[in-house]
Design a protein around this ligand. Sequence first.
Ligand code: RB5
Length: 154
Amino acid sequence: MRVGIASDHGGYGQKDQIAAFIRSLGHEVVDFGPFSPDPVDYPDYADKVGRAVSRGELDRGVLLCGTGLGMAITADKIPGVRAAAIQSIEFAELFREHNDGNVLALSGRFVAPEANERLVKIFLETEASPEARHRNRVEKIMREDDPAFEGVDA
Ligand code: RB5
């Protein structure tokens, strides 16, 4: 797969290790930066990766900031992106199986790089469930991208 990666200064210290790990799994990595540890704004980097996923230029995205939260919040607003901040093995599996997540946001400050590598491996190697109930729910997630969708009846 073609996998985009980016961080802010809170995730910068892990970015190169995680990128190398993804390459070691046999994937192509596109590094969207930053390329120094200087402070940057995480929404700018979530935007770069999220929009590339949205345009179909990447199969998946991996984002690293201090908590993963700001990256996930930003990326998930981009049409076509299903992003979440993940810290556990179980959530990584379910994020793929139930939600067909395509952008993984990781904590560079509170989760060790080796633990993040385990999350990345699951994210990249777990298939989305083909079960109709999960596919239907993912389709319902994606209708929120449609400006014409007026919401479900209250
Ligand atoms: C930057 O200080 C920090 O806010 C950022 O890395 C991230 O944790 C935001 O969600």
